[in-house]
Design a binder for this molecule. Structure first.
Ligand code: GRF
Length: 191
């Protein structure tokens, strides 16, 4: 059950996945962390956990296909079976989608199809929604559009600041994502 995590940010979901593995609730091995940001907080988290890390500047490649071919080679070299996006701020292109068909998943901080794209939490607050949540979905060529695997809702109150909503969302994400990944891996083993 070898997985690669792709992340561009602080990596709290990365840590939650690693914690679930350490606790034995997720039977997987994180063989690789991929990041497209040289200063992403997640890099240090991966180093602390001795997870192989590759850092790329996508702009140093001629195009997206070349960039993704490099990622693909990194994944294949480690027999990666699943690609787990955890705050990876980039659309996945045909090179990876074809190679890892139905094997790339993403977590998004809203109840999709509401509020896709950047700053989903800000979008939800602007609309004054009372219920929002977290979605785990398969990745396709759109922005947060692939088939939904799991969702969990949470309430927002008038008093909640953006930071508080973010904390609520993250608390849900950190439980939901490892659980959903485990169920995907289990289903696959049963095939
Ligand atoms: C999460 O809220 C996730 O839903 C979104 O990006 C954020 C990543 O946070 N796609 P972190 O880097 O895992 O802390």
């Amino acid at each position: 059950n070898k997985i690669a995590i792709f992340a561009s940010g602080t990596g709290t979901n990365f840590d939650a996945i690693m914690d679930a593995i350490d606790e034995g609730t997720l039977d997987a091995e994180v063989s690789l962390l991929v990041t497209d940001k040289i200063n992403a907080g997640v890099i240090e988290k991966a180093q602390n956990r001795d997870v192989d890390t590759v850092v790329y500047n996508p702009k140093s490649f001629t195009d997206k296909a070349a960039y993704e071919s490099a990622l693909l080679a990194d994944c294949r070299a480690r027999d990666v079976e699943w690609i787990i996006l955890a705050g990876y701020m980039r659309l996945i292109g045909p090179t990876l989608l074809e190679a890892y068909s139905k094997r790339i998943v993403n977590i998004h901080p809203s109840l999709l199809p509401a509020f896709p794209g950047k700053d989903a939490i800000g979008q939800a607050l602007d609309k004054k929604v009372k219920v929002t949540g977290v979605t785990v979905h398969f990745v396709d060529d759109g922005m947060d559009t692939g088939p939904i695997i799991a969702q969990e809702a949470l309430s927002i109150t008038e008093e909640d600041t953006k930071d508080e909503v973010r904390r609520k969302i993250q608390a849900v994400e950190h439980k939901l994502y490892p659980r959903v990944i485990q169920s995907l891996l289990t289903k696959e083993e049963a095939k």
